[in-house]
Design a protein around this ligand. Sequence first.
Ligand code: 5GP
Ligand code: MN
Length: 345
Amino acid sequence: MSPILTEQQRALWQSLLTAAHHIVITCHRGPDGDAIGSTTALASWLRRHYPEADIHIIAPNIFPDFLHWIPGAEDILVYENHEDGVRPIVEAADIVIMCDHGELKRMWTLGDVVRDHPTPRIMLDHHLDPEPDIADLVISHPDLSSTCEVLLRVILELEGLPFTTSEATSLYTGMMTDTGAFTYASTRPEIYELISILLSCGIDKDKIYRNVFFTYSPNRMKLMGYLLYVKLDIWKKAHTSVMTFTNAERRRFGAVNGDTEGFVNLPLQIYGMKLSIFLREDTEHPCIRVSLRSVDDFPCNEMAAEFFGGGGHKNAAGGEVWGTMDDALELAKKAVNKYIDQLKN
Ligand code: 5GP
Ligand code: MN
């Protein structure tokens, strides 16, 4: 496997971490399996290698229940709604390690605190176009499946085979969730060499799969049925589907955070479908969260950047619309019209 760190990056990693006493590890808002997996694996590994250091993981906001079982997730601090308690921890940090995002704004208000705190930063990520000059050490590999894969390879290069079963479990979880259980963004053969290494660390991959994907509450299962039966709109000529989800529906189904996770992928199981758009009202801000998923070459990230102030990967991207659901639907129509030539064939 070819190395992903340059000599200079290795040296910088060692010197930044050796000098650190208060380490803060962060991730993007709306943490997913890759964000929680990479931060928990990194925190655990750092605690073993730098036992003198004080290490905290801070997430910008709460993360879904189906990720709570991940080893170490119980120690994650949440910034939103706990600002006064958590801000001093960021301000005491002598290094901030940002995982699974290439832009400070993906941490929302926590990003502002990090931006204002003058301390060295490391970025560990796999998103396209990292924001320039926000980290002293940028380890960014958009060609890799997940931040967990980036971290796994970094640690292998630094240390050989040093994972506990818990760390390996966290890393596998992020690789699995960011690739839809290895159904996309996962054709490079090295991924399976890495999985083999994680298996040798004692992970139970089938249990990890069930922990993440087979955890529906009865409400979530009913909500899925409702959205597919009542709310799924197919724009046939464009091979596109649109589903919307409002806060009124959230209340009606007693949906909790994370209950709509993955629903955006479902319409792509329909024959010939190329693009799936999921629009949902944010619970905390007056905006609509947009999720895009595609197959083959359709560039969700370009559509997200052009129409929804966001970004992401070719086949999975997201953004927001600061307005009503009708505004978001209108914009989705415009976006699909703009890309109609790529979608209709
Ligand atoms: P999701 O639809 O699960 O919220 O996001 C899918 C992917 O799109 C994420 O893994 C992330 O890479 C990207 N993404 C989602 N929201 C944003 C956003 O607001 N900005 C950027 N740059 N990427 C996003
Ligand atoms: Mn990721």
